[in-house]
Design a protein. Sequence first.
Length: 316
Amino acid sequence: MTVLGAVGEGLGELRLAGGLGPASLDAGGDAANVCVSAVRFGLRSRLLGRVGSDGVGTALLDFWSAEGIDVSHVRRDPKATTGIYLNEQLPDGAHRFAYWRDGSAGSRLKPADLRPSFFDDLGVLLVTGVTLAISPSCAQTAHAAIAQARRRSIPVACVVNHRPQLGGDRQLLTETIAASRFVFASIDDLVGVFGDVDRARAELVSSGAPGRELAITAGQASATLIHADGVIAQAPPPVEVCDAAGAGDAFAGAYLASRLEGRTPAASLSRAVAAAGLSVGTPGCAPSYPTAEVADRLVPTLPAQARPDGVAGRTA
């Protein structure tokens, strides 16, 4: 059975509604988030990473295992703590992050942690811009995984998640994007990496992996999918935004699960937009992600997809 394999960190997410009131601990971290979304859409998922030998690490492993994620490749690191970030909720669904991850267990991932069995039954390998930026050893691990995936003819997916504050090698990120068949990026990601959205689209469409599928999200505006048969735009559902954190990861997991299940790019786009739209209506990242059943009830109510020739129609 096909599996999604993700390389990257899991983090504890502290959510604070304001002031010094009670905070709650949830699961976060972009690579792990994509696994959660994919599993909730019926795709087996496997995570490669590290957590600390602490209570937060235990809580994350328990949550991922309960979701059905294969955590046999997540190492407990006794020499480092599990990373945590604060998701501070602001008015109108906005949020502000503060991170405690320097020297964290997740940042200590190394190529030696990558075992051949990680690639068993893999239908796609997922890496993220955060994985490439949090430490040199994480970047080396991601690229070692990409090299092995390509030798096995396993397609690569990249969730760009460009975070300038982390530093990292932008050239390494662009090379990773170029090597990927599936690319997920926000408008801000494309501007941050390529300097201009039109330039990014031109570069990504004209070069790189054969059959590339590029999904560009734009908050509450339409998501755009560029693929071999053209361009599709899907508007999101009307929703009151409570917390937009992690919506892009929900989108990526739902899209990949749908494509690996054999659905068309257009149908997969609709399901991904529904998943992201539902996730922003609930606080938190991974725990807010909908199941396929819930998202599929929303899909028929979405606005019709728009096409470059001006013809609109739903193909989901």
